[in-house]
Design a protein around this ligand. Structure first.
Ligand code: PXG
Length: 460
């Protein structure tokens, strides 16, 4: 590991003032952040970040669940520079393409499950999900069922931050602020066993949770429902891992009512679950798929919609022009970087590493925390995991108000220079796929310390 960035490289206090004056941060209380002072990240390598004060921080979240190949890959910087020299930009609107855009489309068709052969490029997961909503509604119009408009999603789902993506999502705080969801978006309960499982077996609960979809379809009428969307594992919702029985029943219900099945792979894709896609881990055959994050490991902003043959053939044969696209759809630099990122994942066997090496090691480490008095459940698959904190394991009894314990625990992680995120009272982790076993040990050791400190804070 190389030395930390010099702490005097920038004037941290001055940056805090400048940032507080001008920079509006996403998902932040700007007033509170200004009072506290922002942390300036200056450099990163592998799974380690350095801030402007010289702190070395282990990034247990791979940025925002995205830096799958780890930080500091100069190979990707070189690919970006070479592409920018050769062709910095051209659009894909006017009967044109670029070599990286076409090559990436073909590569994604090869990597994703059978039947997903067409790619529409966007810049973000939010835009990809917006695109999906437009494609899905257009599909049903062209297919002669224009009444099919409603998209059913789940509580705690996160599908992005535009009006449509946030309406797809099931985050009540986002909805309440600005009168969302928009019309024709419905939400059912997620397969959240710890919260709702009661005395059921996980498999019985999985079937019951899936049947909520059937019930909602029957309530609103199958002739009005266009699609159901789900993340294989709900990431930002708190790493909600479905029981094995859940998705087979969901897929049966979608087929029975002729509802398209959309899988949002923004977090689960590109090795996170120990397979190329969460769809493989859970045996899913989606009609459409959302890709982002690990597609470029965050080195360039790029996302994509994978369109399955049924939707693509109908829309391409009979849909005419699709009035939709972004200036940077298929940006040559972003596509070149994504291709090189996928080549790294393949060359270094990072999917297999997540499945057979660091993935099981991480899960074992997390499970070793299950005996802690605050830990109600440990869950996860491959390189995504969670520890849910409870007031009492018996019941379980959850914290009131919700989230207070999670924030305390998260703050202890920050003070210990390890990043693990709190979702309500669940601590979530999704490190780079290149993280070492020694770094996982540090993460788990820190987690135990932070759990103890949180327990002490709460007087439990
Ligand atoms: N789908 C899923 C499953 C996501 O996790 C998006 C879509 C939207 O992608 P864009 O690129 O528009 O952000 C996401 C994004 C968090 C956090 O703190 C998670 C995301 C984004 C920002 C913060 O958990 N996920």
């Amino acid at each position: 590991m190389t030395a930390a960035a010099p702490s005097d490289a920038i004037d941290t206090a001055a940056y805090r003032v400048r940032d507080a004056a001008h920079h509006w941060h996403p998902f932040s209380d700007t007033k509170a952040l200004a009072a506290e002072g922002v942390r300036v990240i200056v450099r990163a390598e592998g799974s380690t970040l350095w801030d402007s004060e010289g702190n070395e921080i282990l990034d247990g979240m791979a940025g925002l669940w995205c830096v799958n190949v780890g930080y500091g890959r100069s190979e990707l910087a070189e690919v970006a520079a070479a592409q920018m020299r050769e062709l910095s930009y051209y659009n894909t609107f006017f009967k044109t393409t670029s070599v990286p855009a076409t090559d990436l489309a073909a590569k994604l068709a090869e990597l994703t499950p059978a039947g997903l052969n067409r790619v529409f490029f966007t810049n973000s997961g939010s835009e990809a999900n917006d695109t999906i909503v437009r494609m899905v509604r257009h599909f049903w119009q062209v297919a002669g069922k224009p009444g099919k408009k409603i998209i059913i999603s789940r509580e705690y789902a996160y599908h992005g931050s535009t009006m449509v993506a946030a309406s797809l999502g099931g985050m009540s705080a986002m909805h309440d602020q600005v009168d969302m969801p928009l019309p024709d978006f419905e939400h059912i309960r997620p397969p959240y066993f710890l919260r709702d499982g009661g005395n059921m077996t996980p498999d019985d609960f999985g079937i019951a949770a899936a049947q909520a979809l059937d019930e909602r379809i029957n309530e609103v009428g199958a002739d009005r429902v266009a699609a159901f969307i789900a993340e294989p594992i709900q990431g930002s919702g708190g790493v909600i891992v479905p029981p094995a029985s859940y998705f087979p029943e969901i897929q049966r219900i979608c087929r029975e009512h002729d509802i398209l099945f959309i899988v949002d792979e923004v977090i689960c894709g590109f090795g996170r679950t120990g397979a190329w896609f969460g769809s493989e881990t859970f045996g899913l055959a989606p009609d459409m798929m959302t890709l982002a994050k690990g597609l470029s490991s965050g080195y360039a902003p790029i996302a994509a919609v994978m369109v399955g043959d049924r939707v693509a053939e109908t829309l391409i044969e009979r849909g005419g022009e699709f009035f939709h696209g972004f200036t940077y759809s298929g940006h040559p630099m972003a596509c070149a970087v994504a291709l090189a990122n996928l080549a790294i994942i393949e060359r270094e066997g990072l999917v297999d590493r997540a499945a057979t090496d660091v993935g099981p090691y991480l899960q074992e480490g997390l499970r070793s925390l299950a005996d802690h008095p605050l830990v109600g459940e440990v869950r996860g698959v491959g390189m995504i995991g969670a520890i849910e904190l409870v007031r009492d394991k018996d019941g379980p009894i959850f914290f009131q108000p919700e989230g207070a314990a999670g924030i305390r625990c998260r703050d202890h992680f920050i003070r210990n220079n390890v990043i693990m995120r709190a979702v309500r009272d669940t601590m979530v982790v999704a490190p780079p796929l290149v993280i070492s076993r020694a770094e996982i040990d540090r993460l788990i050791d820190t987690a135990r310390v932070c759990l103890d400190l949180t327990q002490r804070d709460l007087g439990l």
